[in-house]
Design a protein around this ligand. Structure first.
Ligand code: GLA
Length: 734
């Protein structure tokens, strides 16, 4: 099947994936109209969806002549400019040399290319010529000469279409971009809900669902990071859509900096969505002949509800966004010393944790914050990536060697984008941080952002970090970012280019990460930003996992991991068993329950293993063995949310099913036990109706059909926060 078809007669573009269709049409006056995105419609071209009226106060462009039914203000379009009487949320705003900002974008040409387009210096999905095709449609503003090349990356098997825009100044004079969204999506005549993921530090990606209002609704970040507060992933869906039914659109921005996802229902009830770099503090000077590329957006659609959409996105991100070899190979089970020691450690303490970790059966010891510079608290040391020999006597290579001698891998925490005022780096180069001339700086966790838009700054920091990695043979890096971007002004840019700094900062971060992963292709790389402050598709291009949240309380994690699962594969969520009472909430949760929740992610430990009782050590060892068994399900399986982590939920249950449906894991937490309880049934999904499945724990045998239609009762031992765990495999048994 040719995934991209252009019909010369009707001027319709039809993008076809296995289960979806996306259609556009070169309409009257060469305006590129959006016809449809949704379930596959065969070879029909749905041009009849464009219905025009003479609408009051909906102006007409000059070239429409006397045709008062042609108004950009109500036509569904593919990508729009300003100043043409389309008063809705728009895509592209450019200020020309004369100070005007109008753009009337018209179809000029198109190309269909094998494979997937690439974006310079930006994360993006990748694909071979067999996996993907590219459609490039060029729109042109005839007055200024500006061109907007709309890029569509089509992955037929994944049911994914990516979008980005390459803006080219083909005029004679410089232009200033003020807004350059990556994609717009118009929905002719359709009421929709938006589901988005909001939160705060230690409470990321909580779920909110609201009907799109007749107003502009914005999910956004102006913090220089995709942020804890809003996530750059949203779902638009039917009012009635649930986990198993209904039309759902997923929109995932492949970017880790400022973003804006605007939605608006226009005067005649048509929703429009636009997503891209936040126009706040954004401008980009484009000289004649120069190009600006927007970051990418991943679009997917499923008519099988939210669950169907999530599974599509999980597959796409795992197969064609994450590049790490660890994406589907066993990851070392790690212990991280942060909650075990915070800043208070020496080499013997660390070695002790590593030794116990090895006895228990762990694979990787991660030395978190505090190993470098004069880093005895969070007030000092960032920027000095040389070992603190007061704390680690004998040096880091010697410690790494000792730990490796135990048979463990060695990993390290770094925070390359930051500097403490009390550091040698700051004392030597006070001008290397972002700083607004003449204004006192704001600090976040006592630290400042380095101006990583500057190559010399990046080279210095990465040079130091590479030396440490080389000297210690580091096998894992956790890259942190513990404040929002602030004091936004770069000493290197002229005043008229200061609007570029947020994006240049992000390009700098991506350049540093690219250097890291290309220099150490076998390194396991975990991203982090005070937990999940940069949990986005952009980061997953560099690292296969992201520390999901600084909140390690298993019960709070249920909501955080639930929200995260809508847009991101389960194997991308760093999740650790930590100590009780929990350091963030003071809550006490049974060990097994903590392990059940951590095993719905990239499993690890974050506590002083030496302080575990003998019984707990045995439990920890058993859980490592168990995780090893279910890890392929977590990494490659299909994920089902069987019951939500919502306000008032009595239980939260999820399920993995292997692609060949031979194995499943139904797991979760019974939050509250009450006396004389009602019996709740849980209905697994995605199984082979005919097959028989045996529960490894109880030995019980069920048909797939019985499990899915009759359900199984939720029973757990007495007490709150009890684990639910049914690992089942197909069997030949009677
Ligand atoms: C952030 C991370 C934590 C830990 C600390 C160290 O908050 O999310 O896991 O690494 O920094 O300072």
């Amino acid at each position: 099947m040719n995934a991209i078809i252009f019909n010369e007669d009707t001027k319709v573009f039809h993008i076809r994936t296995e289960h979806t269709s996306y259609q556009m049409m070169i309409g009257k006056h060469d305006v590129l109209l959006h016809l449809y995105y949704g379930a596959a419609v065969g070879d029909s071209e749905v041009t009849w969806r464009i219905v025009t009226f003479d609408r009051g106060f909906a102006a007409n462009p000059y070239d429409a002549g006397d045709d008062r039914t042609f108004s950009l203000d109500v036509l569904p379009q593919e990508y729009t400019g300003y100043g043409n009487a389309d008063y809705r949320v728009n895509g592209l705003e450019a200020v020309h040399a004369d100070g005007s900002d109008a753009l009337y974008l018209k179809y000029e040409s198109h190309r269909i290319l094998p494979g997937k387009y690439k974006l310079e210096g930006l994360p993006a999905m990748y694909g071979t010529d067999e996996e993907a095709q590219t459609l490039e449609i060029t729109l042109r503003d005839h007055v200024s000469g500006l061109r907007a090349h709309l890029l569509y990356g089509v992955f037929p098997k994944l049911d994914v279409i990516t979008r980005a825009v390459r803006v080219e100044n083909n005029g004679e004079t410089p232009i200033k971009l003020k807004k350059a969204m990556s994609a717009q999506l118009d929905f002719p005549h359709r009421p929709l809900d938006i589901i988005h993921f909001y939160g705060r530090h230690a409470q990321e990606r909580l779920t909110e669902r609201i009907p799109l209002p007749h107003a502009i609704h914005s999910v956004e970040s102006k913090r220089g990071a995709s942020s804890h507060q809003h996530n750059p992933f949203v779902i638009l869906c039917d009012h009635a859509a649930d986990e198993t039914h209904g039309d759902c659109y997923g929109v995932s921005f492949v970017y880790s900096g400022n973003f804006k996802c605007e939605t608006e229902v226009d005067q005649v009830g048509q929703p429009r969505m636009a997503i891209g770099i936040h126009p706040y503090h954004f401008s980009w000077r484009l000289e004649p002949g120069k190009v600006f590329e927007t970051p990418e957006v991943i679009l997917s659609f499923s008519e099988e509800g939210l669950g169907g959409l999530s599974r599509r996105l999980h597959d796409a991100i795992r197969s064609n966004l994450i590049r790490s070899r660890y994406v589907d190979s066993p990851r070392p089970v790690l212990v991280n010393n942060w909650e075990a020691t915070y800043f208070g450690f020496d080499e013997e303490k660390l070695y002790g944790i590593a030794k116990t970790a090895r006895e228990i059966g762990l694979d990787l010891f991660v030395l978190d914050d505090g190993w470098f510079g004069k880093r005895d608290s969070d007030t000092t040391g960032l920027g000095d990536w040389v070992v603190n020999e007061d704390k680690i006597q004998g040096g880091l290579p010697a410690l790494a060697e000792r730990i490796r001698g135990l048979g463990m891998k060695f990993g390290l925490w770094v925070e390359p984008e930051m500097v403490s005022e009390d550091s040698d780096l700051y004392r030597t180069h006070p001008d290397w941080c972002l700083r607004i001339p003449g204004r006192p700086m704001n600090r976040g966790r006592f630290q400042l952002n380095l101006d990583v838009s500057r190559k010399e700054v990046r080279d210095h920091v990465m040079g130091q970090i590479f030396q440490v990695i080389d000297a210690c043979g580091v096998e894992y890096i956790k890259w942190d970012c513990n404040r929002s971007v602030g004091n936004v002004y770069s000493a290197e840019l002229p005043p008229e280019r200061q609007g570029e700094i947020y994006h240049r900062y992000m390009l700098g971060v991506y350049d540093m990460m690219e250097q890291l992963v290309s220099r150490y292709p076998n390194l396991l790389f975990e991203n982090c930003s005070g937990g999940g402050g940069r949990f986005d598709a952009g980061m997953l291009y560099y690292s296969p996992q992201i520390w999901c949240s600084d909140n390690t309380d298993a019960i709070d994690r249920l909501k955080i991991q639930y929200g995260t699962s809508f847009g991101y594969p389960i194997s991308t969520m760093g999740a650790h068993v930590s100590v009780c009472p929990n350091h963030q909430t003071g809550r006490t949760v049974p060990f097994d329950t903590r392990a059940v929740v951590a095993s719905a992610g990239t499993f690890g430990f974050e506590l002083d293993l030496q302080k575990l009782s003998e019984e707990e050590k045995k439990q920890a060892s058993a859980w490592i063995r168990t995780y090893r068994k279910i890890e392929p399900l977590v990494q490659k399986g299909d994920y089902y949310r069987l019951s939500p982590a919502a306000e008032g939920s009595r239980h939260v249950v999820w399920q993995f099913v292997s692609k060949d449906r031979s194995e499943t894991l139904i797991a979760g937490v019974l939050l509250e036990n009450i006396s004389n309880p009602r019996v709740h049934l849980i209905f697994p999904k995605g199984l082979d109706e005919e097959a028989k499945y045996q529960d490894e724990g109880t030995g019980a045998v069920y048909t797939g059909a019985a499990l899915m239609h009759a359900g199984i009762p939720l029973v757990a031992p007495m007490g709150d926060y009890q684990p639910i765990w049914h690992h089942m495999k197909k069997c030949e048994c009677d």
